[in-house]
Design a protein around this ligand. Sequence first.
Ligand code: ADP
Length: 207
Amino acid sequence: MRVVLLGPPGAGKGTQAQIIAGRRGVPAISTGDIFRANVSGQTELGLLAKGFMDAGELVPDEITVSMVRDRLAEPDAKVGFLLDGFPRTIPQAERLRSSLQELGHGLDRVLELVVDEDELVRRLSSRRMLVDGQWVQRDDDDPETVRRRLHVYQEQTAPLSGFYETAGLLARIAAVGSVEEVTARALAALGQPGPERSDPTGQPSAG
Ligand code: ADP
């Protein structure tokens, strides 16, 4: 299963990515999480990314694309992956397509989580993360940065919806209701896992 999860900040991509990836036995790869881990580890990549993240802007494509290429080359991503937060621009999507092509693969599906903007603002402004036993607000969840991230999403990421629709890969689901309801819709939209993983003989199933 090679899947991209698309959707605005606050749509619940991270939560659904963890659950769906767990059910399907593939790694959930979140570029936001990788950047945040690098920021807290004060790595060179983290120092580069921090300014962009704090401003609610995207980290430049060159940096992000090479980071994702390295991650996808790791052994656990051989069986598939669920990408959360990547691609986020048309050039990133094109680079992903050519990287996968080199490996003889393509994406199976792109799942877009749809939520209206008022609900996103409500969710993001009340969102807290558990860090070392304390509930804290993410650095980029303050109201001004939230507005900027939503704007950047509309400008740079929303066009991916049409890009993947044209490619025949897009499925859209409403990301409202309980976490379980959204997961059920997501799994239904993704369909059954392919026969190559459920059939130990590796033969295509007849029907
Ligand atoms: P959200 O979807 O809630 O905005 P993420 O955790 O996915 O949060 O991303 C947080 C920040 O990390 C983004 O605002 C951006 O600065 C950076 N980032 C994450 N993924 C990408 C990407 N694919 N391209 C560029 N920047 C990214």
